[in-house]
Design a protein. Structure first.
Length: 74
């Protein structure tokens, strides 16, 4: 194992590892979002669909709509 030689094969492996980490982090963020929405729906005693709609609506209004002054309902 010679650390001085960094060939094209070794360099490609670095990007494979980075891509795998990116995919894993996106999956974990989605799972965390779903668990958080499920917990919020149980504590607020509303349906899960309503929690999803509320979260996505506020994301759309805050980031796509131009960062207007919007108060979150919770």
């Amino acid at each position: 194992m010679n650390a001085a030689k960094l060939g094209l094969d070794n360099l490609g492996g670095v990007f494979v590892i980075l891509a795998g980490g990116l995919v894993l982090s996106l999956v974990m963020a989605l799972v965390e979002f779903l668990i958080n929405a499920l917990i919020n729906s149980k504590t607020d005693k509303v349906t899960l669909l309503l929690v999803y709609f509320n979260l996505f609506f506020h994301i759309y209004v805050l980031y796509v709509g131009g960062l207007r002054d919007v108060r979150l309902a919770w």
